[in-house]
Design a protein around this ligand. Structure first.
Ligand code: FMN
Length: 168
């Protein structure tokens, strides 16, 4: 019996990305702070890990500024965005980097101890419990120390566009 399945393709980088475009994700901004400098980046590669103890993971490109900053600071906050936060997702993915000196300019946030929390987001304040290098990315496992929950519908990302959830 042949093990070859003719409808499955060998996986190139482009094909992998094409497949992942079919996955709908929530959108968050990872923030971290240290030496009086804030860093932040938009992410969709995050997930719950464990409720006991409360842990989550986020995958950051190892060569990014945000990965270096989270590593150096040892803490981060995962701000899960609400449907009215698309401007934050755009800002912290670097869309406005050429015209805005600092991604945090004009953003409604506050610092809580070592964590930078966005107004209206569901914010998981973490210390880094573990780091795992995987390909081009580093998986940061965060032990959640504090949590503020919002009650809004989430901002989502699907096929390269921001979306709002539709009720079925
Ligand atoms: C919707 C969306 C999701 C993203 N998800 C991730 C992610 O999960 N991990 C990541 O490293 N970058 C992700 N990015 C890219 C970063 O937001 C972008 O590279 C950012 O500029 C990194 O900032 P830095 O290199 O200045 O730290 C995403 C971008 C968008 C628009």
């Amino acid at each position: 019996m042949s093990m070859i399945q003719s409808d499955l393709d060998i996986v190139s980088r482009d094909l992998f990305i094409k497949g992942m475009r079919q996955v709908a994700n929530s959108v968050a901004v990872v923030t971290t702070t240290g030496d009086a400098k804030h860093n932040g980046a938009t992410v969709s590669a995050f997930s719950s890990v464990s409720a006991d103890p409360p842990q989550l993971l986020v995958c950051l490109r190892s060569a990014s500024q945000i990965a270096a900053a989270v590593t150096a600071n040892g803490t981060f906050c995962l701000n899960v965005l609400s449907h009215h936060h698309q401007h934050l997702a755009e800002r912290f993915s670097g869309v406005h980097d050429s015209v805005v000196e600092n991604r945090f300019d004009g953003i409604d946030f506050h610092a809580e101890d070592t964590w930078v929390v966005f107004a209206g987001a569901t914010s998981f304040c973490c210390i880094v419990a573990d780091r795992i290098i995987a390909g081009t990315h580093t998986i940061f496992i965060g032990h959640v120390q504090r949590l503020r929950t919002a009650n809004d519908e989430p901002l989502t990302y699907f096929q390269g566009n921001y979306r709002n959830l539709a009720k079925v």
